[in-house]
Write a protein that binds this ligand. Structure first.
Ligand code: GLA
Length: 370
């Protein structure tokens, strides 16, 4: 009996020892995430929803890989300020509380945009468009409340989002902001944000900024703001890219062009769609497939590899990279702009496992930087 117990205890100890070392071995391998590989470069962030922060698997992935988060929708004007005298803080608060609990940075997104704006913002009680004075007053009050609430907890704000027109022959987008205020809404939004939190880094944020014609229009806007001493400190390249663009040359030219204004550059909404860029909503066409092919996988790996190589080179200018969504399990591109079409734009697959592109992004030696 004694003999059996001694054998059993001995065996258990041996089992524990072997197992711990295996667990240790695994944990050494597995604890390193994107943020660790890039700790000498820039924070690596991800756009999140309150729902994703309640899912244990997603939380584990986030905490392992990212040291910054952006609310995907929760701080947009529509969700957070649905009626003139009512704010809905619940979702935004829960995201900021998560970040505080885990020591993550937060990028605020966003304060002034032509989409996801509540209808009441632009009209009076008779549904007539309000005057410029009223609209700017509403914008100020919105910015004071939102930026003020998270002062000291949000280090950077996308102040104005997507003010440049899609038509390359035009300059500013003909949004209701523009129709009512002219370009003053842009200047004012930055001034209000700066007054509400002088320490927050203020961004102008837009997409297709690597296309030469769009880049130049964004440049023109930023130069104008800087010349007028408007407090804008950084530019956000949304980086909703694809297998087909941008080229390495376009990306480098973009980073250098904006850096020449003395601005910091962040990649704020990175994903690499496996389909060419489209904007207009449409249905899936007959015969159109949405399979993630080996060829797509390779091209995506190359495109991510190219982009991060340049990000590393320009680490002095680039102050952060943020992915738009966590994994291919869910991306806003699954439905947009083609209804019912699955996309695979991120570094983690539908099972939350690192893709080939992930390994390409973390495979580097600490190299020379500009
Ligand atoms: C733009 C906005 C984001 C988001 C994406 C789609 O890039 O800046 O907030 O809405 O579109 O998810």
């Amino acid at each position: 009996m004694l003999k059996t117990s001694a054998f059993f205890i001995g065996f258990s100890i041996l089992f524990l020892l072997v197992n711990t070392s295996t667990i240790k071995g695994q944990s050494v391998q597995q604890t390193k995430g994107l943020k660790d590989y890039y700790q000498n470069y820039f924070p690596v962030g991800v756009a999140v929803s309150p729902q994703s922060l309640k899912n244990a698997d997603q939380v584990a992935l986030i905490l392992k890989n990212f040291n910054s988060i952006t609310p995907e929708n929760a701080m947009k004007m529509g969700p957070i300020h649905p009626e003139e005298n009512r704010y809905d803080w619940k979702d935004a608060d829960s995201i900021v509380a998560f970040a505080q609990l885990h020591g993550l940075k937060v990028r605020g997104h966003n304060l002034c945009w032509h989409e996801q704006t509540p209808d009441w913002m632009f009209v009076d009680k008779d549904k007539k468009l309000v005057t410029k004075e009223v609209l700017l007053q509403r914008l100020k009050s919105h910015i004071d409340s939102v930026v003020g609430r998270y002062k000291g907890k949000i280090y950077a704000w996308d102040v104005v989002n997507e003010a440049i027109d899609d038509d390359s022959t035009k300059f500013l987008r003909n949004s209701l902001w523009y129709q009512i205020c002219g370009e003053d809404f842009i200047l004012k939004a930055f001034e209000y944000a700066h007054a509400a939190d002088p320490d927050a880094v203020l961004f102008y944020n837009d997409y297709n900024t690597e296309r030469p014609e769009k880049r130049e229009r964004v440049f023109k806007l930023l130069k104008k703001l800087i010349d007028q001493k408007i407090p804008v400190q950084a530019v956000g390249l949304q980086a909703h890219w694809s297998l087909f663009e941008p080229t390495q040359k376009e990306l480098v030219a973009t980073i250098e062009r904006f850096a020449s204004l003395g601005l910091k550059v962040q990649v704020t909404e990175l994903d690499i769609s496996v389909y060419p860029w489209e904007k207009n909503k449409r249905d899936l066409r007959a015969g159109e497939s949405d399979t993630f092919t080996a060829d797509m996988q390779q091209k995506q790996t190359d495109q991510y590899g190219m982009a991060f190589k340049e990000f590393r080179k320009y680490k002095k200018v680039i102050s952060g990279i943020t992915f738009w969504n966590i994994s291919d399990q869910y991306s806003w591109l699954d439905e947009y702009p083609v209804k019912g079409r699955k996309n695979y734009p991120l570094l983690f697959d539908q099972q939350l496992q690192p893709k080939k592109a992930y390994w390409e992004v973390v495979k580097f030696k600490n190299s020379d930087t500009k």
